[in-house]
Design a protein around this ligand. Structure first.
Ligand SMILES: O=C(O)CCC(=O)C(=O)O
Length: 292
């Protein structure tokens, strides 16, 4: 069973599902206030883009009247090739704090990772546009993107498989096969890091690993408020968006903060018994930090 009702903490059933399948979908974890705050910030980013277009004389109006799931498409429909596929460094906005540091989500992360939890320095908002190759995330493991490195004591060589991470994915609009929901292949988190090839926009798992398993792919159908937890080793991709709306979503990661990130940046502490004074406190502090 992949789909669970709202948890207080990760129950034994959730944990067994996460461990056996590599993911678990938790329903209705985020409240409307959190979601509205995140959508407001996404609109703020879209306003920036609209402002630049107007200044350059490329569009006559900023399309304020368009609904959230269409406005970004309206702005870019005549120049899809110039549309950004994601926002990352832009996410240090106050309204993102209640999402990334959501107590219930952090409780879940803590129950998997232990008391020292960092927000890993890889958080992304995706306005996935219809028929837009750069937003079509190919079959991959997140671990495929992370180089190996040494452990904190400098004794052991680590790969992304050793990093003690949990990925989180959550949509701002209903995510369905038509608008490009994600797909997972259950159980593939146990296969180790497989070979990937470099495609134009993303890495892709090599054919010999993915093709025999495609029959087992499942659609990750979910609604705003739902939270998907998955392993950084799980085979996953986004379906093509063949609708006429934008599939807005966010993905972020937590990690056991006693582990190295294997990146040049360290992320931000979200829970800590050892150093509570270093935990990001509030939306204002978050908005003054950077992806670092
Ligand atoms: O949102 C998507 O379509 C893909 C997201 C993804 O690959 C991830 O969260 O690691």
């Amino acid at each position: 069973m992949y789909f669970m009702s709202r948890p207080a903490t990760l129950t034994r059933e959730h944990r067994e599902c996460f461990e056996a399948q590599g993911f678990v979908i938790l329903r209705n974890v985020l409240g409307e206030e959190t979601l509205e705050g995140v959508r407001r910030e996404m609109n703020w980013i879209v306003n920036m883009h609209a402002g630049e277009f107007i200044e350059a004389g490329r569009i006559p109006n900023p399309c304020y009247d368009e609904p959230f799931d269409r406005r970004f498409l309206r702005l870019y429909e005549s120049c899809l090739d110039q549309a950004p596929n994601s926002f990352r460094t832009e996410l240090h906005l106050p309204g993102l704090f209640p999402l990334f540091f959501h107590p219930a989500v952090l409780d879940l992360a803590e129950s998997i990772l232990g008391p020292e939890v960092r927000l890993y320095p890889n958080y992304t908002a995706r306005p996935k546009l219809p028929r837009h190759e750069p937003t079509l995330v190919l079959w991959h493991q997140d671990a495929g993107y992370t180089d190996a490195g040494m452990d904190p004591a400098g004794e052991e060589r680590l790969t992304a498989a050793d990093l003690r991470m949990v990925n989180v994915w959550s949509p701002l609009v209903p995510a369905r096969p038509e608008n490009g929901c994600m797909q997972f292949i259950p159980g593939t988190h146990r296969l180790g890091v497989v070979d990937h090839v470099n495609r134009e926009f993303y890495l892709e798992i090599v054919d010999r690993e993915i093709e025999p398993r495609l029959d087992e792919a499942v659609d990750v159908v979910c609604d705003p408020g739902d939270v998907v937890l998955f392993s950084n080793m799980l085979f996953h991709c986004g379906r093509p968006n063949v609708s006429d709306t934008v599939r807005w979503s966010l993905d972020w990661r937590y990690q056991d903060a006693t582990q190295p990130t294997l990146r040049p940046v360290n992320g931000h502490l979200a829970r800590s018994r050892a150093h509570p004074e270093r935990v990001v406190r509030d939306p204002e502090q978050w908005s003054q930090l950077m992806m670092s």
